[in-house]
Design a protein around this ligand. Structure first.
Ligand code: PBG
Length: 328
């Protein structure tokens, strides 16, 4: 009887008895400002193309993109994270197109910032959408080489900053990229450009639908020599602390749901905001189950998203951003 000794003076159910009291006693809440909305952009005009493995999620041509952004802004979501789909013909090993000042990413950033100057525009910095090998860095003799890739990624970050990006988001997991990027941005006069670093990005199968969206699956091998090994959590803390010291303004854990313990550990270790990426495979799982009538989509979404807040995340990049903001 020892651990029930206070019953009936304590009754947990008192705080659960009505919707209103549950709301009052909730330890965590979701707000539209928690969300970062990812956007997929493709070349061309007047096209909105559904991604087969991501139902209700689309790639937009730049002209239609602005309408989508307008909706995101009107829902109170403060930031977007941009990804581009690059035509095969523009891909090479050095990701030359990534530095094109008139490239799709640079053009899109300029267009969005012109219409919505207050929106925080974040850009993905990694080579994979531009790489003929589908890897995040330059490949030499079958190896994804680190230091040369980092120099290139820093140039890419500067190019995005020149276009008006508020945050660059390196998702490549090369060593030393945050510090190199920070130095390059400072040197070029972009003191206000933030870095949201994918600090603990795991080599995950849950990125599958995203690689469909951008046609960016690795052409050979996998990403295990640079992305993190799923069993590790101390290593995630080490990576996040390193990035913080090198000037990251926000650190990220990715994927989300299978790595909530990592979100918790990182959020306790760093003093910068922590974001989490509720990735494409997590989105696809809920969508697929809902399409089969096996799960209620809205409730599954809301329960998954509040879990990130409970785990200690400050910001959530999610394909559910609009749906959840609407629900709130
Ligand atoms: C590429 C990148 C990936 C994602 C974000 N940036 C895929 C990868 O590393 O292969 C995944 C996002 C998602 O699955 O939603 N550097």
């Amino acid at each position: 009887m020892s651990n029930t000794g206070f019953f009936p003076y304590t009754r947990g159910r008192r705080l659960r008895q009505s919707e209103n009291i549950r709301r009052m006693a909730a330890e965590h809440h979701l707000h539209p400002e928690d969300f970062i909305a990812p956007l997929f952009i493709k070349e061309g005009k007047n096209q909105k193309e559904e991604i087969p493995s991501m139902p209700d999620y689309y790639r937009y041509t730049p002209d239609l993109l602005l309408k989508e952004v307008e909706e995101i802004v009107s829902l109170g979501i403060p930031s977007v994270l941009l990804f581009v789909k690059v035509p095969e013909a523009k891909k090479d090993n050095e990701g030359t197109e990534a530095l094109n000042p008139k490239g799709l990413m640079q053009k899109s950033v300029r267009a969005i910032k012109k219409e919505f100057p207050g929106l925080a525009v974040m850009t993905d910095v990694a080579l994979d959408p531009y790489s003929s090998y589908g890897h995040d860095g330059i490949v030499i003799d079958g190896e994804i080489i680190n230091d040369e890739s980092v120099d290139l990624l820093a140039k890419m970050a500067v190019s995005h900053a020149e276009a008006g990006a508020d945050f660059v988001a390196p998702s490549d997991m090369m060593d030393g990229r945050v510090g190199t990027m920070r130095n390059a941005l400072e040197r070029e006069g972009f003191r206000h450009t933030g870095i949201m670093s994918y600090s603990a990005k795991y080599a995950s199968v849950f990125y599958g639908p995203f690689r469909d969206a951008l046609d960016s699956a690795p052409g050979f091998g996998d990403k295990k020599t640079y992305q993190m090994n799923p069993p590790n959590v101390k290593e995630a803390v080490r990576e996040a602390l390193l990035d913080e010291r090198q000037g990251a303004d926000i650190v990220m854990v990715k994927p989300g749901l299978p790595y909530l313990d990592v979100v918790r550990a990182v959020s306790e270790a760093v003093s910068v905001p922590v974001s989490v990426y509720n990735v494409s495979g997590e989105y696809a799982m809920i969508k697929a189950a809902a399409a089969n009538g096996w799960l209620d989509e809205e409730q599954a979404m809301a329960e998954a998203l509040i879990a990130f807040k409970r785990a200690g995340a400050d910001l959530i990049a999610t394909y559910f951003a609009k749906d959840m903001a609407r629900l709130l």
